[in-house]
Design a protein around this ligand. Structure first.
Ligand code: FMN
Length: 358
């Protein structure tokens, strides 16, 4: 293939160069992968309404989020074990996001030390926000030490993932017999703690450690960092998140990796935006593969969008350069869509750019 010109091209190239087991782990979804597929098709089904002859002079796609400016309303979603895709792993993806002035969220299960990622990203003067994704650990002492390390390293917010107290049934991955290769580990965690199981209770005892709203209250008491909740799909949970002091919510079904047959995030987003009613920013991820998808998410009321798997495709193809290419494609397509919809800035993007659902 010649130079990839779409995210789909990057996906095809990545598939050719990757080990099938790693592919199944990184890109598979839960069960029948219905949510995984729906996430993409739901954005495609929304239709845009162009406007013509509107002034576009001085336009830009910048967005301010929790007091920080992004060059485009995009962040890299937290994804575990990125060294499966490229030896430089999270260092490469974080560098690409930073160079482009976009946000980056580092996973608790990152395969490089969180301090190294922060040092690298901080070296880029035009960088966007750097956030740390947190999985609450069964041991509060361990959670607190992770938070303290993230604070000390200069992460600017915590993204508390709440939709995966247990792992989904990822059949493609199980069928492949995938095992993490030697040398790719969650280096920021002492070995095995995140997966400690065994004993009575649901899911072999894992559900005994499932976090609750009380844990969010506790987390707020041990950090000054703003906390966004990732994995909100129900408007009542969005309201509870605000009541418990969340600084933002991320509408996400974990990219279809946890519970299958959850509705697509493009379908869920309007209900959550209505429930949040402007109190905190609402972000969204899942199935975003085009700049037009980003525009549609913003038109439905999202403040920004997180991109997952396409970043790993770019990473597998060409490290930081590949990630930068992927992010550049989405940003370029977003700017084209803005111009063709007659939107000079993102503040002009709203329901008027979408064909109402029949
Ligand atoms: C390989 C992989 C690993 C992931 N690891 C995490 C994780 O550690 N923490 C988390 O909150 N979400 C994780 N996610 C979910 C992503 O943050 C995000 O919600 C999802 O990938 C968005 O959908 P998309 O891949 O269709 O863009 C992971 C997703 C993938 C594909």
């Amino acid at each position: 293939m010649t130079e990839p010109v779409t995210l789909a091209d990057h996906e095809r190239l990545a598939r050719e160069c990757m080990d099938p087991g790693a592919w199944a782990y990184l890109f598979g979804g839960a069960a029948d992968e219905i949510t995984l597929r729906d996430n993409c098709t739901a954005w495609q089904r929304l239709q845009l309404r162009p406007r013509v002859l509107r002034p576009l002079v001085g336009g830009h796609a910048r967005r301010t989020l929790l007091g920080r400016e992004l060059a485009h309303p995009l962040l890299v979603a937290p994804m575990a074990y990125q060294r499966l895709a490229h030896p430089q792993g999270e260092l490469a993806s974080a560098l690409a996001a930073a160079v482009m002035g976009l946000g980056y969220v580092l996973s608790t299960q990152a395969s490089v030390p969180l301090e190294e990622v922060a040092r690298l990203a901080h070296g880029e003067t035009a960088r966007g926000p750097l956030w740390f994704q947190l999985y609450l650990q069964p041991d509060r002492g361990l959670t607190q030490s992770l938070v303290a390390r993230a604070e000390a390293a200069g992460y600017e917010a915590l993204v508390l993932t709440v939709d995966a107290p247990v792992q989904g049934s990822r059949d493609q991955e199980r069928r492949s017999g995938f095992q993490l290769p030697p040398g790719v580990v969650a280096v920021n965690l002492p070995d095995g703690v995140a997966t400690a199981a065994g004993g009575p209770g649901l899911c072999g005892g894992l559900a005994e450690h499932a976090p609750t709203w009380e844990d969010l209250v506790w987390l707020r008491s041990v950090t000054q960092l703003p906390i966004l909740l990732k994995g909100i799909t129900h408007p009542d949970d969005a309201r509870l998140a605000i009541e418990h002091g969340a600084a933002g919510v991320i509408v996400s079904n974990h990219g279809g990796r946890t519970l299958d047959t959850v509705p697509a995030t493009a379908v869920l987003l309007p209900e959550i935006v209505a429930a949040v009613d402007g109190h905190v920013p609402v972000l969204v991820d899942g199935g975003v593969r085009r700049g037009t998808d980003v525009l549609k998410a913003l038109a439905l009321g999202a403040s920004a969008v997180l991109v997952g798997r396409p970043v790993l495709h770019g990473l597998a193809n060409a490290g930081a350069t590949g990630v930068a290419q992927v992010l550049r494609l989405i940003c370029d397509e977003l700017e084209i869509a803005m111009a063709l919809c007659g939107c000079r800035t993102l503040d002009e993007v709203g329901p008027a750019q979408l064909q109402p659902r029949s």
